[in-house]
Design a protein around this ligand. Structure first.
Ligand code: ATP
Ligand code: MG
Length: 352
């Protein structure tokens, strides 16, 4: 028996399609907000009400700034105006992490993707908002656990193995002294042992300081970064240079540690994955912006096949704590550029 031909799906009416679409918009977990080109809210879905704690009725007709804390509030009008006048996109067509403001005044991290649409010759923007509080909490827990583990390891290395090596070095030096005094021929070997112990102690100190950078607290970020560059030059025999342009802003200690760790991870990745022979670590301060860059001449990150490990995940978290933007680019000529751009005011001084 021949199989009956499959039934062709019934054509849906426009109102059925509209009802379906509305159901999808009403049930998605992400907030969907449309605004006109002056920033006035035209519509919101139920998820937006849940995320921000406002009723739809109290949002429609308001400026979208009601959902943002400073400094995003102050900048939003500027973004829209600039886009209207010059077509320069800041966030449109892409997504980024920003902070949202709930009705009760609390703020939360959110991922915002904005797109432009035209209806009847009028321009509108659609924002899709995801509350990423839980993801941030997990990232924070991972970053804190990893920081604590490094601190403990660093201290154990320094206080445990470090003390033992120092003790052995003192004994070896005393023995060398005695052998020299008695003109014993073995004094040359004793001298070699002392020199080797000195090198081992130096290596161990650098390892311990990499795990917990004491220079950061003692002498500040530039000193600690110079030390990091020297360690990479010595350890891997490559060119690793640290440069600074402009005066660094007064910075919260935790902010400095976040910056140090971002640079440390990017530098480590450059050697481990990029097999780079040249690494440039740069801090550039201009007016209200601090740019943190690590550029290598290695084989270049493969962004399309990227499987972020803990390194990039924690880097991203640290950048967001600094209210900065993390960019990772493959350089055309070969190599990788990791850049964090953050504001000097507000964020570096007052950190979460
Ligand atoms: N400078 C670089 N050059 C080439 N590839 C890179 C570079 N930095 C990162 N990558 C790629 O990105 C991947 C993710 O990096 P990430 O630091 O997140 O994890 P990981 O280094 O593999 O592991 P972990 O940092 O958790 O020890 C790496 O496995 C590597 O393939
Ligand atoms: Mg890594």
């Amino acid at each position: 028996m021949p199989k009956p031909a499959p039934k062709s799906p019934r054509k849906r009416t426009l109102s059925e399609l509209h009802a379906r679409l509305q159901t999808i918009i009403n049930t998605v977990v992400d907030g969907i907000i449309t605004i006109d080109d002056r920033g006035i809210i035209e519509s919101v879905n139920p998820a937006t009400e849940r995320i921000f704690g406002h009723k739809a009725g109290s949002l429609i007709g308001q400026n979208v700034k009601i959902l943002m804390p400073p400094p995003w509030t102050d900048e939003h009008d500027g973004y829209i105006k600039r886009y209207r006048n010059t077509g320069t996109r800041h966030i449109i067509g892409t997504g980024r992490e920003v902070r949202g403001l709930r009705k009760d005044g609390t703020t939360f991290p959110m991922y915002l993707a904005v797109n432009e649409m035209w209806i009847d010759g009028h321009r509108f923007f659609t924002g899709i908002v995801r509350d990423i509080t839980d993801r941030k909490r997990v990232e924070q827990a991972i970053a804190q656990a990893s920081e604590e583990e490094r601190r403990q390891l660093g201290q154990e290395l320094h206080d445990g193995l470090g003390q033992q090596l120092t003790g052995i070095t003192l004994l070896a030096k005393a023995l060398q002294g005695r052998l020299i005094k008695t003109e014993h021929p073995a004094h040359a070997e004793a001298g070699e042992i002392v020199a080797l112990l000195g090198r081992a102690l130096g290596d161990m100190r650098r390892q311990a300081h990499g795990l917990y950078p004491v220079e950061l607290e003692r002498n500040g970020l530039p000193f600690a970064l110079e030390e990091l560059a020297v360690t990479y030059r010595d350890r891997y025999g490559i060119s690793c240079l640290f440069t600074q342009q402009g005066k660094l802003p007064a910075m919260d200690k935790r902010a400095a540690l976040h910056i140090y760790r971002i640079i440390q991870e990017a530098t480590h990745n450059a050697v481990r994955h990029g097999h780079a022979k040249q690494i440039c670590i740069r801090l550039e301060r201009s007016a209200n912006v601090l740019k943190i860059e690590v550029e290598d001449n290695g084989r270049g990150i493969r962004l399309r096949k990227l499987m972020p490990g803990m390194g990039i995940t924690i880097m991203r978290y640290r950048a967001s704590v600094l209210a900065g933007q993390l960019e990772i680019q493959r350089i055309k000529e070969g190599g990788t550029l990791v850049r964090v751009t953050c504001r000097v005011q507000s964020t570096l001084r007052r950190i979460l």
